[in-house]
Ligand binder design. Structure first.
Ligand code: AMP
Length: 293
């Protein structure tokens, strides 16, 4: 596995690696490092489909609102490289902040639009503009010449995935976006780089989030009324969990389910979203409902 530190090295290494194939295809897996089994799953999905798979590791300051959150974000490059190698990646792109933003903060940025201001965007103003800006830069950095091109993102960050799909559609990026299902602990907690900041008691309490989502998915599968309030009450019964939102939305627009569909037997497809503060950590999770599942 090769490690590129600069854009020039990344381009050169990917061109060289792709040249070994008759019908090359390139898979990019953007990450912020502190990798876990969820990230490994993205890499494995890419390895199964592409001739060359590159993972990027870059903690993007533009998408952090709180400087303390950026400061304490875990950085575990050595272990990350090992995990990527064992998952079968061929190339790692681990640029410095100076390499990605040589002139400091970029003047021109991607605007996530209205979908960037609701749910996670409401709690973290500017987060999705910053995330899409770095994803745009990484997608451009990785664009292979004359090869198939796909980029892999986790369904865990459903709003980010929806926004990346919209950016690629709205701005004609020459890449196909692949969503990979969320990887969870045996008990159901969605894996996240920030889970390491949870105490044992907090990690136990956090299980109520996936339990509430599963409850909604089961009701949807049985075509019952969702009764979102009772699922929210389940979360609120856990004192260590401070619920921000539990909502059922349209999977593309993220518009909340219309009032009449909340009270009547569930049909069609939707996405249940949850966000909560647990101890020092903000956790998000989601589950597809109905035919979206
Ligand atoms: P991050 O390093 O947290 O920015 O995440 C990098 C990529 O990994 C994003 O596409 C995430 O959606 C994805 N990811 C993070 N956690 C999981 C998980 N538990 N299961 C699947 N994908 C994940």
């Amino acid at each position: 596995m090769r490690i590129a530190r600069t854009l020039a090295e990344f381009r050169q290494a990917s061109t060289e690696l792709l040249s070994a194939f008759d019908q090359p295809s390139f898979g990019l897996v953007p990450t912020m490092g502190a990798l876990h089994a969820g990230h490994a799953e993205l890499v494995r999905a890419a390895v199964a489909a592409e001739s060359v798979v590159a993972a990027s590791i870059f903690v993007n300051p533009l998408q952090f609102g709180d400087p303390a959150d950026l400061e304490r974000y875990p950085r575990t490059l050595e272990a990350d490289v090992e995990l990527l190698e064992s998952a079968g990646a061929t190339l790692v792109f681990a640029p410095s902040q100076q390499e990605m933003y040589p002139g400091g903060e970029p003047m021109v940025r991607v605007s996530a639009g209205s979908l960037g201001t609701v749910f996670e965007g409401a709690s973290r103003p500017g987060h999705f503009d910053g995330a899409l800006t770095v994803v745009a830069k990484l997608l451009h950095a990785g664009t292979p010449q004359s090869a198939g091109y796909r980029a892999y993102f986790g369904q865990k960050d459903a709003q980010q995935l929806a926004l990346v799909r919209r950016m690629v559609l709205d701005l004609n990026f020459p890449v196909q976006i692949v969503g990979v299902p969320t990887v969870r602990s045996a008990e159901g907690l969605a894996l996240s780089s920030r889970n390491r900041f949870l105490s044992t008691a907090e990690a136990g309490a956090a299980l109520v989030l996936s339990r509430a989502l599963r409850l909604l998915a089961e009701r949807a599968a049985r075509h019952e009324a969702l009764d979102i309030d009772s699922a929210a009450a389940l979360i609120n019964s856990e004192p260590l969990v401070d619920l921000d939102y539990l909502e059922v939305v349209d999977p593309l627009s993220f518009a909340p389910l219309a009032a009449e569909r909340r009270e009547t037997p569930f049909t069609g497809s939707a996405l249940a979203l949850v966000a909560a503060k647990v101890g020092p950590v903000r956790l998000i999770d989601n589950i597809p409902l109905g035919s979206a599942g």
